[in-house]
Design a binder for this molecule. Structure first.
Ligand code: ATP
Ligand code: MG
Ligand code: MG
Length: 380
């Protein structure tokens, strides 16, 4: 049997491992955390740091092909592994996604518009910021996720104070845009350049964290749909990308579509594909890595995904307890996915609930009922 390796042991790695095992692969996960969700289900868990040369050597020795589930894995680790084994996506592609300034330059080079922005790495750039970018969001260029490392600022003084609070690390200031909706597109690209895509997804964030994804995205005009898919494919081609890639978009109140950011891996907004589509994002990540054909995804059910954050475990007084799932699972078309994380914390992604139905209206109605039962907001 062939063996696939994964850098990173979070829930994305776990769902990748499940998909790979279903296709007969053995999996090895490299992650320093002894309790990692993916390490617990893989055939082998190498508990080492991403830059540990012995760990990487062991992974290269025992695997035929290696991927990552974590976009902040050092790109040099992927490049080292690529000297010995098939690695997808490449360290170079992941490196672009790790730095917002580089990522935005890549979008512009690929002909895809993004938010007006300025790069801030020193006092001269700080002083030179065009006031038309305010109010804006100051974001650290590297390592941010789930809205971490972001500060909203309205005046030059607030901007200067926020940058000082962020320890003057390299940042990007983005103009705060009037969002109508947030959308994302997942593509899978093979080493031969073949690209397939899933339908446009609509995402609702709460507090910077994805909360709800709906597919099909309601009320998206055909032209916006076409632009989003074309932009995602263009970005993947320009990166010579291999694997599953997610592009996040802002659909603005004036009707324009701009790209927000991308993730070089399966994405939380694509979890609905596990139940609503003939092929999941994790299966295509396995196929792209293994050099197997990529079928065009076909959505067979209208879908809503509700993220299950650790907060739900604290809804009752006392210690953390999982919600009673039985009532929710009695609703039609509900599919529960839990990531095997033992310690629930506020804001921590513990699992997700997929709801599938024959029509978008029916999926939405059941999702509303499920959210109400779980004590989640029904603001979608
Ligand atoms: P992720 O977990 O998706 O990687 P992140 O920490 O990289 O998140 P972003 O995607 O940059 O964060 O921003 C998080 C959310 O904040 C966006 O989904 C959007 O709701 C809001 N946001 C970010 N930038 C802007 C902007 N320029 N204008 C308006 N809203 C924004
Ligand atoms: Mg991000
Ligand atoms: Mg984002």
């Amino acid at each position: 049997t062939a063996t696939l390796g994964v850098l990173g042991g979070g829930q994305l790695g776990r769902m990748f491992v499940h998909a790979a095992q279903a296709m007969g692969y053995r999996c090895i996960v490299l992650d320093p955390d002894a309790d990692s969700p993916a390490g617990a289900v893989a055939e082998k868990h190498i508990k080492a740091d991403y830059l540990d040369s012995l760990g990487l050597a062991q992974l290269a020795r025992d695997c035929d092909a290696i991927t990552t589930e974590f976009e902040n894995v050092p790109a040099v680790a992927l490049e080292t592994l690529a000297n010995m084994r098939v690695v997808a996506p490449s360290g170079a592609a992941v490196a672009v996604c790790q730095d917002r300034a580089v990522e935005k330059a890549h979008f512009e080079a690929a002909g895809v518009p993004c938010a007006p922005h300025a790069v801030i790495t020193n006092d001269i750039e700080l002083a030179a910021v065009d006031p038309s970018l305010l109010p804006g969001i100051l974001k650290t260029s590297r390592m941010g996720y789930d809205g971490k490392g972001q500060v909203r600022v309205s005046t030059p003084a607030e901007l200067a104070a926020a940058w000082a609070d962020l320890k003057r690390v390299p940042c990007v200031l983005e103009q705060l845009l009037p969002l109508r909706r947030e959308l994302s597109v997942l593509v899978a690209r093979g080493a031969d350049g073949q690209v397939v895509n899933w339908p446009v997804q609509q995402n609702l964030h709460r507090g910077g964290i994805l909360a709800v994804t709906e597919v099909p995205a309601p009320d998206v005009p055909a032209e916006v749909d076409r632009l989003a898919v074309a932009a995602a494919r263009q970005v993947a081609d320009a990166l010579n990308y291999v694997g599953v890639l997610c592009i996040e978009f802002f659909w603005l109140t004036d009707g324009r579509l701009v790209v927000n950011e991308m993730a070089p891996r399966p994405h939380n907004s694509g979890h609905w594909t596990m139940n609503g589509c003939n092929v999941s994002q994790f299966e295509l990540q396995v196929r792209a890595l293994a050099g197997l054909p990529l079928p065009e995804p076909r959505q067979h059910s209208a879908s809503v995904m509700l993220n299950l954050l650790g907060d739900l475990w604290f809804s009752e007084a006392g210690g953390p307890t999982p919600p009673a799932w039985d009532r929710v699972l009695a609703l039609p078309g509900t599919h529960l996915h839990l990531y095997g994380k033992s310690d629930a914390r506020h804001g921590r992604k513990m699992g997700h609930l997929n709801i599938t139905a024959d029509s978008p209206e029916a999926a939405h109605a059941v999702a509303q009922q499920a959210a109400a039962m779980l004590g989640l907001p029904t603001d979608f």
